[in-house]
Design a protein around this ligand. Structure first.
Ligand code: FES
Ligand code: MG
Length: 596
């Protein structure tokens, strides 16, 4: 790496952007391609001298507050690009705001992906800086870079500062679940509820808990797609601007080195990311998004790999919702490199996996063990053993996952303490048809919900609730909350927020709307979940199950709500289930599509 901007002639290679701006075979098209980019002050010499043109895929906007500070960080990225002799072209990515988009932000992941693929493919870009942050912005950007396969580097936006209320840390999302339960139980009034929740969002940045945003940005780093240490730097810290500058510089170098996403996103990289996900207590949305990235880059990865590769890894990171701390402590304790170092010391990382700084994961992270053992625990003294995702299957679904790291003592004592059968529980099912039905009926005493009931929700997968709703973690009825029963087993074909500390069984595939076994379940059925065998079954005979299926088909199948927008209908016509990454089926066959 040189300190000066490398001059194009040193590299002796024509860049992709020169197909647009300097194509002697087609002067007419070159002139047309060129002239409009001159009108904001660029000179012909700049555009025709073979300087790398680096896109800055801008995910920040007023509609996307979690990523909004990327509008400012982009200036530092641009300066880094310029310093290395590149030219920056910043452009907008379809906004995705996790908490503000109706019906759900997940619907837009594939839309932003498609839009970004077209931009990266169709414009004169030699490389791209992917600005990431809020939950789905990270996978959408990496999926697109994987499809097009031009040199790409992730710049995370970083988490918000820690939130505080009455001397206690209030973490994004996680505090909402807690405060909502207090409000429902009548312990706090509406204004206090609002104030507590607002306290958890004290600055720019994405969620400061180990929710889906911190997870996906951490996994982007574990995959090797960002500079080491990038993910955990809090958004307002000075290091955030500094790494934006370094990311811009590196974006130019990877163009000259022709270091592409397909060189980094290997099977080894995905296995590293799965293990890191267990160690950080990552979100249950991670398998959906990582499997999607793998599909677009053509690496085989299944939901079973999450259990096979990741289940045995202990929880090391003491962050909410599984632990106590927030983003600032995680950064100070060493962030992702310190977690990777801990895994390297146990032989749990493919050290040779190449990363975007040109070095291997081992070279970047080995020995970077944390000094703060309260926040990043040693492998030998973890927060929890075997903290990865368990994969369950049976007549309810082909697969669903469970985040075992968040099983509370209360939950354990009520459901997993039978000495003869310590890994299984059985109970009466109460079934809700989506979130509206749940909110409408949860306090209905005639449902007979007690502390041993299993709550089910369906019609909430990629088809049933376009994009898949984050609703599986259902709060028990107020009457039980008042008795101190804070959680019941929740099972469903939707997702749940990464900020939720609920040990739900979720992402069930196929969903009810795709004909999965969940569609045949009735309130009052007994269901058995065996965590050791990995099974989840309605306790009825096959004959009865077949009869129910025949009855449902005779009545036109599982009821599907109307789409409300064109994209909902388009996505539903071609989207895969959660276990397949919820990707658009026809998109997967387009791999490494950039012309060079
Ligand atoms: Fe955007 Fe959590 S809501 S990061
Ligand atoms: Mg979320």
């Amino acid at each position: 790496m040189s300190g000066q901007g490398d001059q194009p002639e040193k590299h002796g290679r024509k860049l992709r952007s020169q197909l647009w701006f300097d194509n002697p075979d087609n002067p007419g098209m070159t002139a047309l391609y060129l002239e409009r980019y001159l009108n904001f002050g660029l000179t012909r010499a700049e555009l025709q001298s073979g300087k790398p043109i680096i896109g800055i895929a801008q995910t920040g906007s007023d509609l996307s507050p979690c990523n909004r500070h990327h509008l400012d960080l982009a200036k530092r990225v641009r300066e880094g690009i310029n310093a290395m002799g590149g030219i920056a072209f910043e452009f907008p990515v379809h906004p995705i705001q996790e908490t503000g988009k109706r019906p759900t932000a997940a619907l837009d992941r594939n839309l932003a992906y498609l839009g970004l693929v077209e931009v990266l493919y169709g414009y004169p870009l030699d490389g791209v800086v992917l600005t990431t942050g809020c939950d789905k912005t990270t996978p959408a950007c990496i999926m697109a870079a994987a499809t097009v396969n031009i040199p790409a580097i992730v710049l995370s936006g970083g988490p918000m500062l820690n939130g505080w209320w009455n001397g206690e840390r209030t973490g994004s999302g996680t505090v909402v679940w807690k405060a909502r339960a207090q409000h429902a139980a009548g312990e706090i009034d509406y204004d206090t509820f609002m104030d507590i929740v607002a306290s958890s969002a004290p600055s720019v940045g994405h969620c400061n808990t180990m929710g889906t945003a911190s997870t996906m940005n951490g996994l982007a780093e574990a995959l090797g797609m960002s500079l080491p240490g990038c993910a955990a730097i809090p958004a307002p810290y000075r290091e955030r601007g500094q790494i934006a500058y370094e990311t811009g510089r590196r974006a130019v170098e990877i163009v000259w080195e022709d270091l592409k996403p397909s060189d980094i996103l290997t099977r080894e990289a995905f296995e590293n990311a799965i293990r890191v996900n267990s160690a950080i207590g990552g979100s249950t949305n991670a398998p959906i998004h990582l499997n999607a990235i793998a599909r677009h880059v053509g690496v085989p990865l299944t939901v079973d790999d999450w259990q096979d590769v990741g289940l045995d890894i202990p929880l090391l990171v003491n962050l909410q919702p599984a632990g106590a701390y927030l983003g600032e402590e995680f950064h100070r304790a060493g962030g992702i490199p310190a977690v990777v170092a801990e895994l390297i010391a146990e032989g749990k990382i493919h050290e040779g996996a190449l990363t975007v700084n040109g070095r291997s994961m081992g070279e970047n992270c080995k020995g970077k063990i944390s000094w703060d053992r309260e926040v990043i625990r040693p492998y030998s003294d973890p927060m929890k053993e075997a903290a990865g995702f368990l994969v369950l299957r049976g007549n309810l679904f082909n697969n669903a996952i469970m985040k075992t790291s968040v099983i509370s003592q209360e939950f354990h004592d009520r459901f997993l303490s039978n000495p003869d059968d310590p890994n299984a529980f059985e109970g009466r099912a109460v079934v809700f048809e989506g979130p509206e039905d749940y909110h409408h009926r949860i306090d209905d005493a005639s449902l007979g919900i007690d502390e041993y009931t299993l709550l089910f929700i369906r019609g909430t997968g990629p088809l049933g609730y376009p994009g898949g709703a984050e609703v599986v973690n259902m709060q028990p009825p107020a009457a039980l909350l008042k008795k101190g029963i804070n959680a019941l087993p929740c099972i469903g074909d939707g997702r749940q927020s990464g900020t939720s500390g609920s040990p739900s069984i979720l992402n069930a595939s196929p969903e009810a709307a795709a004909g999965g076994g969940l569609s045949l379940l009735k309130t009052g059925d007994r269901v058995r979940i065996d965590l050791l065998k990995g099974t989840a079954d309605i306790l009825i005979s096959d004959a009865e199950l077949n009869q129910r299926r025949a009855d449902m088909q005779a009545h036109g199948g599982f009821p599907m709500p109307q789409s409300q927008t064109p994209w909902q209908e388009i996505q539903r016509s071609m989207v895969e289930q959660f276990d397949e990454g919820m990707v658009l089926k026809p998109a997967v066959k387009y791999q490494r599509v950039a012309q060079t």
